[in-house]
Design a protein around this ligand. Structure first.
Ligand code: KG4
Ligand code: ZN
Length: 339
């Protein structure tokens, strides 16, 4: 059961081929558009769509060559249908539907957030359901109860900026370029995480909501006050990590789970990985991360999610397609039960 997957929801063009029956990733490639958007300090939607148009056919050829199979050996095509930038999503959806039509294959619309959460299933020791999921990316910060594939309940999310966004905006204030999350984390290694006593947002309020725009303002003030960038970076990172640890512990207590999945671009963050590994070890539970390359946007996770749905008999052989720039996780269905 071989699936070709296409991811184009934001500023990465990605293709992958996954064999669902063997549980084997045959190939995956990611082309990052960082260079296209860096000068603007953020993603420009039209430029993202244009670059996807240029890259999709090239990457598809290269990824199929890596996998060592022809299009005639595929059983389906999966594509990210949302959430994301409308124009960017349309380029990938149109390409995927085109390949599907040309080779007489079923197409499968995949939710990008589900892809992120299921990415650890591509690892050597996949988590079993149910588990708690922390999804932390440039656009989302959510705490989710994952009961089964396709059965998700949102427990809490950021009421303002996403965590990745807070990393990126703070990095920009330090002149680290865009997207600066990983660069900020490298700078933080040289700083003192106790240098600036940032308030941990929302921890004194009950519930599982998150908020990061106030922290971003506090970072701006700390820089304006003349603190060294590496100390601000380290203190910011420590504050984010501790805030998440507190909220996750609360969520784990609330729903009585001992397995935690951490996914999305910010799941690549070293201090966050270490802190949550310690937290789960102390609780006698386990934490699961995607491998670093599969934390940020990629098509391997879309291929996996698509193959689970394809194997459950889901098909879409319609001529038209639609993308869903907003597509909440808790509106999904279990594989085989989609309308
Ligand atoms: O999942 P992703 O590739 O794209 C979205 O779906 O948003 O996540 C990208 C985000 C960016 O905000 C980036 O700065 C952040 O992940 N990021 C990191 C690290 N690596 C990537 N943030 C903190 N530490 C890192 N090591
Ligand atoms: Zn993403």
């Amino acid at each position: 059961m071989r699936v070709l997957a296409v991811e184009s929801s934001c500023d990465e063009t990605a293709l992958a081929v996954y064999d669902g029956r063997q549980g084997r990733l045959l190939a995956h490639r990611v082309h990052s558009q960082t260079d296209v958007h860096a000068a603007y300090g953020g993603v420009v939607p039209e430029l993202a769509a244009r670059d996807h148009m240029r890259r999709l056919p090239i990457l598809a050829r290269e990824t199929m060559a890596d996998a060592g199979i022809g299009f005639d050996a595929l059983d389906g095509v999966a594509y990210t249908a949302g959430p994301g930038l409308a124009g960017a999503l349309m380029t990938g959806a149109a390409f995927a539907k085109g390949v599907a039509a040309a080779w007489g294959l079923p197409a499968l619309a995949v939710n990008h957030l589900e892809g992120h959460i299921l990415a650890p299933l591509l690892g050597a020791e996949p988590p079993s359901f149910p588990f708690l999921a922390l999804l932390v990316s440039g656009g989302h910060s959510q705490i989710i109860e994952a009961r089964a594939v396709g059965d998700y309940r949102l427990l809490g999310e950021s009421i303002d900026d996403a965590i990745g966004e807070a990393f990126d905006k703070s990095a920009k204030l330090m002149g680290l370029g865009y997207p600066g999350g990983a660069a900020l984390s490298r700078l933080a290694e040289q700083g003192d995480p106790a240098a600036i006593p940032f308030t941990r947002p929302m921890v004194n309020r009950p519930g599982l909501e998150l908020s990061f725009s106030g922290l971003k303002t506090a970072v701006a003030n700390a820089i304006a006050a003349g603190n060294a960038h590496h100390d601000v970076a380290a203190s910011f990172e420590r504050t984010v990590v501790e805030t998440l640890a507190i909220k996750l512990e609360r969520a784990l207590d609330q729903i009585g789970l001992d397995r935690l999945v951490v996914a999305g671009g910010v799941a690549a963050n070293g201090p966050l990985r270490r802190r949550l590994a310690t937290l789960m070890a102390e609780r006698g539970g386990r934490v699961f991360f995607p491998e670093i390359a599969l934390c940020t946007d990629n098509a391997a996770m879309i291929a996996l999610a698509g193959s689970l749905r394809l194997m459950a008999g889901e098909r879409d052989t319609s001529v038209g397609f639609s993308v869903r720039p907003r597509w909440p996780l808790d509106g999904l269905k279990r594989p085989g039960q989609a309308a």
